[in-house]
Design a binder for this molecule. Structure first.
Ligand code: C2E
Ligand code: CA
Ligand code: CA
Length: 462
């Protein structure tokens, strides 16, 4: 296990090499063993974050006119590797990566901020050169690393920044690196160079997250309901519940963006439960008025990782004493593909409760008819996405949609067309024997009272 032993001790590398700042540190310390503990990451044996701060300050004092590039790497799948192999392999992989970084960048100034975050300080190296090296290094990690003959596939991302050592904002450097790294993770790219725009975007993003949390606490979300018209009966078949946000600052952010952020920070489950509970309360209110209007609720991919959702839905149905066949859940193909078997198991539990399930945004994703024929689960509805409806006057699009409608009907699945805006689109869809229409042609999403008026105005007995 020699390669995994501490290769940094008391300011020196195991091979006796002392480079750059580390050399300074080793000369200056009086009580080496005590300081080395303070300055060493106990898991990897490499210099830690405190040591980096110390070295960085020293560098700024000694070479204020010089430039320095810094790279922060994150070993993204560290926890997963520990979970799927074992704790030791995870630790060894961290150390191995640190030693590879040292070799690649030919520097002793490599710091183990944690077991999964590594910092490289490159004195007098330009941003362009640092970037070139970082990209080359990241590319080299895209093949398994062998730990005691066990192949380990690592996922590494990076953030990079360069500054002059007398820059007045030099003490923000680590935060800048974190922001750039965050950007790499968010946009699934290897490395991001920090710039001020990133800082502003990240601040904005953070503020939005806080506001989303608050919105739920302060009840500033509300639901609107868009009617869906059954062509056969010429009446409102049901409505889709859509989330809205009463907020002066962030109210203009598209709700799809709010949902995306909530998914990214793993907050979506709370929002979905809020939506379910409030939609069920609305169902109850309509039920008490003698109106049986079904409500479709959007469920995100991440919601289906949360087993407690089934219990939550069951409890809510019982508590509010609503008819579960008036509830529908809408899911996109993306949510299913991530974990097909698990998703279908949960969906079957919902079906057993009497809830209907729709395949949403059909045509925007993998566009696979396979989901419709698979015996694992039978959808009640397929919602053809607006992108198809926008093109429906095109003959080829018509051939495609007609094919989907026929296939679905053959399987006993009903078709909903979304985003229908014109009479021409409506007539083509009628011709194809599409079952249900949703779109601005009939109505935008409405507040509950407006919806009641809409239904009355269509003289529909509900
Ligand atoms: P979606 O589920 O596909 O919902 C349909 C979207 O199309 C809604 O946008 C609706 O207002 C809009 N729409 C309906 N008819 C027309 C039309 O004729 N023309 C045009 N241009 N647009 C039409 P909205 O409300 O902005 O929602 C956008 C997306 O945000 C939804 O797409 C859904 O993915 C997500 N979303 C909204 N509410 C929720 C929610 O409560 N939970 C979850 N997980 N996602 C939600
Ligand atoms: Ca939907
Ligand atoms: Ca949709």
């Amino acid at each position: 296990m020699s390669i995994f032993g501490k290769n940094y001790k008391n300011g020196k590398h195991k091979d006796g090499r002392i480079s750059g700042i580390l050399a300074n540190y080793s000369n200056k310390t009086t009580n080496e063993s005590e300081s080395s503990k303070v300055y060493e990451n106990i898991f990897t044996g490499y210099p830690n974050f405190n040591k980096w701060k110390h070295d960085f300050n020293l560098l700024c004092e000694q070479y204020p006119e010089h430039k320095c590039s810094l790279i922060l790497f994150e070993f993204e799948n560290f926890e997963t590797i520990k979970r799927y192999t074992n704790y030791e392999i995870g630790n060894y992989t961290s150390k191995k990566l640190l030693s590879l970084i040292e070799q690649y960048f030919c520097t002793g100034n490599v710091y183990s901020v944690s077991q999964k975050k590594f910092l490289v300080m490159l004195q007098d190296v330009t941003l362009v050169e640092a970037c070139r090296l970082a990209n080359k290094f990241l590319y080299s990690t895209k093949k398994p690393i062998y730990i005691e003959e066990i192949p380990v596939a690592v996922v590494l991302k990076g953030g990079i920044d360069c500054l002059k050592l007398n820059d007045i904002n030099k003490h923000n450097i680590y935060n800048n690196l974190e922001k750039a790294l965050d950007q790499s993770q968010r946009f699934k790219r290897d490395i991001t160079i920090f710039n001020q725009q990133i800082a502003e975007e990240r601040q904005e993003y953070y503020n939005t997250i806080v506001s989303i949390y608050r919105a739920l606490q302060n009840n500033s979300f509300y639901l609107v309901y868009q009617p869906k018209i059954s062509l056969e009966e010429d009446k409102v078949q049901g409505v889709e519940a859509l989330l809205r946000w009463n907020n002066n600052t962030y109210g203009n952010i598209p709700i799809s963006q709010v949902i995306k952020i909530a998914e990214e920070v793993d907050f979506i489950n709370y929002i979905t439960k809020w939506v379910i509970q409030n939609a069920i309360k609305q169902l109850k209110a309509w039920q008490e008025q003698g109106k049986s209007i079904s409500i479709a609720i959007n469920i995100s991919a991440r919601d289906l990782n949360d087993y407690s959702l089934v219990k939550f839905v069951t409890d809510s149905i019982l508590f509010y004493e609503i008819n579960p066949s008036l509830l529908e859940f809408e899911l996109t193909e993306r949510s299913i593909i991530e974990n097909e078997e698990k998703v279908f198991r949960i969906l079957n539990e919902f079906k057993d409760l009497g809830i209907k399930v729709s395949l949403d945004d059909y045509g925007t994703g993998y566009n696979s008819l396979m989901y419709l024929v698979k015996s694992l689960f039978k959808f009640d509805y397929v919602k053809i996405d607006k992108i198809f409806i926008d093109e429906i006057t095109n003959e080829n699009t018509q051939i495609l949609i007609r094919g989907i409608v026929n296939a679905a009907h053959g399987l006993g699945i009903r078709i909903i067309a979304e985003g229908v805006e014109t009479e021409e689109q409506l007539n083509i869809l009628k011709n194809m024997e599409c079952d249900i229409i949703q779109g601005y042609y009939y109505s935008k999403p409405l507040q509950p009272e407006e919806l009641e008026t809409f239904i009355e105005s269509r003289k529909v007995a509900v």
